[in-house]
Design a protein around this ligand. Structure first.
Ligand code: SF4
Ligand code: SF4
Length: 397
């Protein structure tokens, strides 16, 4: 038998043999659902690994590519009858792909960009200030100031103009609630999540050290994130750094919900609108944040939430996670269209979510399908529903 060393290195060598071949994972896999070949689904890929271990298959370019045709959406992990952490298995397999020099070119570009620029889009630190342009007077004193609360935007919200309103909305909310907060501005760097998706685990150490050093230097106790993948990666920093990470890490919906319960946010009656809340894979299946955004929506007078099927922990992926959007944009977009269809069969006219990747994926799927639905982050619907007050006000938006 030719064992694959990398599986032993990461303690994953038993996984292909633990699999009971029940097929639960295949049934929920969005990639299998689109491509309809067993070898593209999770069970099929595990079987291929088994055949490679037993000397019957080859870890070549074809299999390397298949390993990257995956959203790392964790749906397979959540339904596996034998409790295999399939998401970890895929990341470990990607580490081997990298080791063997078989990385898909677009994924390699993301890694090169992170190394050269500290972000995923070959931009640069100065571009992380662009979202502030209209509200500079309000936020300039917040950059790198000592505070108990930090708002960490993440690469997508910082750098993609379609998402700048998410950051501006969060600023409006924090100004309204008179939160003493800080933002890192051009000092913010990627959380390192894409490194993990590309199997470069050691690279995350460097990101973790830089981010934690900055946050600790400002006396921060709570970090609020616009991106669920950032918070997932931060929560694993102690694993990479082998030290305790004592920060409170919250999604924007968790933090906003806290502000609402403390009576620090007040909403005005809105023109009646029906929305449907989309749970991002990482928020629902990893962070288990499903109720906070729904509670917030319920608190806004005039806004009604209807559920999509499936939802919460069984949610369907938007197609843009785990580097699939760069490795195979067409497949990624087809998966997004599938989820958009779930929304269009509800009476809702708007999708609310709290993941920047989902917003980008649905906006693209709207274009490819012609479905006309507004897509918003939870911060945007909250910011536009606030009662007028003297703090921040419309200027902050
Ligand atoms: S993580 Fe998601 S896309 Fe990848 S194999 Fe599992 S269910 Fe399929
Ligand atoms: S759900 Fe788990 S046990 Fe069943 S086929 Fe998939 S990996 Fe194997």
């Amino acid at each position: 038998m030719t064992k694959m060393d990398f599986l032993e290195r990461y303690g994953q060598e038993d996984e292909p043999y633990v699999c009971a071949s029940c097929g639960n994972c295949t049934l929920v896999c969005p990639v299998f659902r689109e491509l309809k070949w067993e070898s593209y689904g999770p069970r099929g890929k595990l079987h291929i690994v088994k055949s490679i271990i037993e000397g019957e298959g080859e870890f070549g370019e074809d299999f390397a590519h298949k390993i990257f045709l995956c959203n790392l959406c964790e749906h397979c992990t959540s339904v596996c009858t034998t409790g295999i952490s399939l998401d970890r298995f895929w990341e470990v397999a990607r580490a081997e792909v990298r080791q063997r020099g078989l990385m898909p070119k677009p994924a390699q570009f993301v890694l090169d960009s992170l190394k050269a620029r500290g972000d995923i889009m070959w931009m640069g630190s100065a571009d992380r200030l662009l979202w502030m342009e209209d509200i500079e007077a309000i936020v300039k004193d917040r950059v790198m100031k000592s505070a108990k609360v930090a708002y960490f935007l993440g690469c997508n919200v910082s750098l993609k103009s379609q998402l700048h309103d998410v950051a501006r909305s969060m600023v409006k909310i924090m100004e309204y609630a008179e939160v003493d907060y800080t933002i890192l501005g051009d000092k913010e760097i990627c959380c390192g999540a894409p490194l993990g998706w590309a199997g470069n685990f050691e690279g995350i150490n460097e990101m973790a050290e830089k981010n934690l050093e900055l946050i600790h230097s400002l006396g921060v106790e709570t970090v609020v994130f616009s991106c669920p993948s950032c918070i997932q990666t931060w929560s694993e920093y102690s694993r990479y750094l082998k030290e305790e990470n004592d920060l409170e890490l919250l999604t924007t919906s968790q933090y906003i919900n806290r502000l609402v319960r403390e009576g620090r946010l007040k909403f005005d009656e809105q023109p009646m609108v029906t929305v449907t809340y989309h749970d991002s894979c990482i928020s629902a299946r990893v962070l288990k944040v499903t109720e906070e955004p729904r509670e917030i929506i319920e608190d806004i007078p005039g806004v009604y939430n209807v559920e999509m099927t499936p939802s919460r922990q069984s949610t369907r992926c938007c197609g843009a996670h785990g580097l699939l959007d760069v490795v195979d944009p067409v497949l990624s977009s087809r998966i997004a269209e599938m989820r958009l269809r779930d929304a269009t069969v509800t009476p809702a006219s708007r999708i609310i979510t709290e993941c920047p990747r989902c917003i980008l994926a649905f906006d693209l799927a709207k274009f490819t399908t012609g479905y006309d639905m507004k897509v918003q982050d939870i911060t945007q619907i909250v910011a536009e529903s606030l009662s007028p007050n003297d703090v921040g006000g419309d200027e902050a938006k």
